[in-house]
Write a protein that binds this ligand. Structure first.
Ligand SMILES: *[C@@H]1O[C@H](CO)[C@@H](O)[C@H](O)[C@H]1NC(C)=O
Ligand SMILES: *[C@@H]1O[C@H](CO)[C@@H](O)[C@H](O)[C@H]1NC(C)=O
Length: 96
């Protein structure tokens, strides 16, 4: 019995380590991506959460942001797939 639970603990440890490695790999890949593309990720100083019916355009308009700036501080944002509670960056800085 003790041996069986030891095996389970070991198994869970392996899963934990593997998922940790996976996270690190994905993180470093996106870091590498931005280095390769030669641009640093934007810094976000302020966020709002999406309410029902919000669109990217509305949020940008309310906070008086140009579409270009809004897009720049919200990289990888898919505006046709916004969900309630999602965080949108409304202030920040774009390096380079
Ligand atoms: C909105 O942005 C424009 C252009 O940057 C600026 O001239 C204007 O004063 C801003 N309005 C508000 C309310 O912040
Ligand atoms: C954005 O989301 C929509 C709806 O889920 C999807 O059809 C579209 O392919 C997505 N676009 C990108 C660039 O991921």
């Amino acid at each position: 019995m003790a041996k069986a639970s030891n095996n389970i603990a070991m198994y869970l440890n392996v899963i934990f380590v593997v998922s940790l490695l996976l996270v690190i790999t994905v993180e470093s890949r996106s870091l590498l991506d931005s280095i390769v593309r030669g641009n640093s990720p934007p810094v976000c100083d302020e966020v709002v959460d999406v309410k029902i019916g919000d669109t990217c355009f509305e949020v940008a308009t309310i906070f008086n942001l140009t579409t270009e700036f809004f897009d720049a501080i919200n990289p990888n944002l898919n505006c046709t797939a916004l969900f309630v509670g999602q965080w949108l960056c409304i202030d920040g800085s774009v390096l380079n």
